[in-house]
Design a protein around this ligand. Structure first.
Ligand code: ADP
Length: 432
């Protein structure tokens, strides 16, 4: 159940870091935003909140599961009075011929009694654009940018009208750039004509921010929009025009941060490895390396990490505990232990360290790695995150209330390839 005023926007995101990415853009657009993790099972305080983004894990699960979870969230968001609903997926349209984008969008439309939605995956500042219905990543078509080799959802076709047509029994249409260039009224009229022809899903071209503004204006009164986080930055201005949203000067303002600072890194992505190296360059004695092979032998290494962190934290010195390692080392650990066990050992250790050290006074926690972040957040028992200011594109500071702790915990959750090279130090400098 929700407590507080009605919200303007309710979003259903198909993964955790994608939810944060959208929430971050909504804050940048001027909304006070809360991220909820999973289908809400208890009361959520929505006082002074304009937008809620619920993070599911529905990108790669079976389509019927994705539909069931998304409908459960839809029901909850409608109870909170959301004026518009947003189904958020990846800007590279990650999905298979079985779904889940088509089946979820169809189920949401049906539950809402609506006859059409738009599909706006583009995020131009991150190089994701759509032209004549074809998705580009930088200057490459989607099926030529590396996504054709994705282990879960290889994207082998850049024509989104064709891709989506394989996921839904309903007709799929296109609003192309030439149409958007005629403005929001013409685009809205085009959508209506398509709706009269029974076109339920409309893939929308987007080359730049201006196209996103046209699309936001043309679709603000649709019950459901779908897409990437780019559209999220353009919609709040339209909500203000409609008189649904006040002008909020600092939508990302949080309670001042307190407590000591800790970085935990379980990501082995290229950007994270550079961030670890940069931190160790600046603080040669500040890092403690975890190794899954040692962790598999008992508690000794975890205990050592704890002792190391306590000592550094007591003198207010920066601390990084990391399992991040180059591909050779990761491969060796995976061969010895299996991929799942190597990952689980690191995730469990990071989670236990986070719980122990937050109990002992860590109040500013940075976690690198999508799966690692998920494990840490769940171990800390966190179900909602208030979204603060952006550190780097797609990564904001957030805050969570914790049982038995007066001040909220400040958390930055960074998925692998996000963030500049000095992220592990600069993040704390921008935190107020
Ligand atoms: P990213 O966002 O970079 O993909 P994730 O946290 O999602 O990072 O995934 C990284 C995975 O690799 C996690 O399951 C983590 O536990 C695991 N891992 C981290 N370090 C190692 C290592 N040295 N050897 C094997 N697996 C590791």
């Amino acid at each position: 159940m929700g407590v507080g005023a009605k919200i303007v926007l309710g979003a259903i995101a198909d993964d955790f870091t994608g939810a944060t990415d959208l929430a971050n853009n909504l804050v940048r657009g001027g909304m006070r935003c809360l991220q909820v993790i999973g289908v809400p099972s208890q009361e959520v305080n929505l006082n002074n909140i304009d937008a809620v983004v619920v993070a599911l894990k529905s990108r790669s699960c079976p389509a019927d599961e994705a539909v069931t979870d998304s409908l459960a969230v839809l029901g909850w968001l409608r109870q909170q009075g959301a004026r518009q609903l947003f189904f958020k997926y990846c800007s590279t349209f990650d999905s298979t011929d079985q779904g889940n984008i088509g089946p979820v969008a169809d189920a949401l439309l049906e539950a809402l009694g609506a006859n059409q939605t738009v599909m706006v995956p583009a995020f131009p500042v991150n190089g994701r654009t759509v032209y004549q219905g074809h998705l580009f990543v930088g200057d490459r078509l989607l099926n030529d940018c590396g996504m054709q080799h994705h282990p879960l959802n290889p994207m082998q076709d850049a024509d989104l009208v064709r891709v989506l047509s394989r996921q839904t029994p309903h007709p799929v249409g296109l609003a192309n750039r030439a149409m958007l260039a005629q403005g929001a009224d013409a685009t809205r009229a085009h959508l209506s004509t398509l709706a009269e022809q029974g076109v339920r899903h409309v893939i929308c071209d987007t080359l730049d921010e201006q196209d996103l503004d046209v699309l936001a204006e043309a679709t603000v009164l649709m019950p459901l929009v779908t897409g990437g986080s780019g559209l999220g930055q353009a919609l709040p201005a339209q909500y203000r025009k409609q008189g649904w949203l006040e002008t909020i000067t600092q939508p990302g303002r949080l309670t001042p941060a307190s407590g000591s600072a800790l970085v935990l890194s379980g990501s082995c992505s290229r950007a994270t490895l550079a961030q670890v190296a940069d931190f160790l360059d600046k603080h040669p004695d500040g890092g403690f390396a975890l190794d899954p092979l040692s962790l598999s032998e008992g508690d000794k290494q975890q205990e050592q990490a704890l002792v190391f962190a306590r000592e550094r934290l007591s003198s207010n010195s920066p601390v990084l505990i990391y399992a991040s390692a180059d591909p050779d080392k990761v491969c060796a650990a995976q061969q010895a232990l299996g991929v799942a066990r190597a990952g689980a050992l690191v995730e469990e250790t990071m989670s236990q360290l986070a719980v122990a050290l937050v109990n002992e006074g860590v109040g500013r926690l940075l976690v690198a790695g999508g799966e690692t972040s998920g494990a840490v957040v769940s171990a800390l028992g966190i179900t909602t995150l208030r979204i603060g200011e952006q550190i780097d594109p797609g990564v904001p500071w957030t805050q969570a209330a914790l049982a038995g702790r007066d001040a909220p915990l400040s958390l930055a959750l960074k998925s692998g390839n996000f963030g500049g090279v000095d992220f592990f130090t600069r993040a704390f400098e921008v935190l107020v």
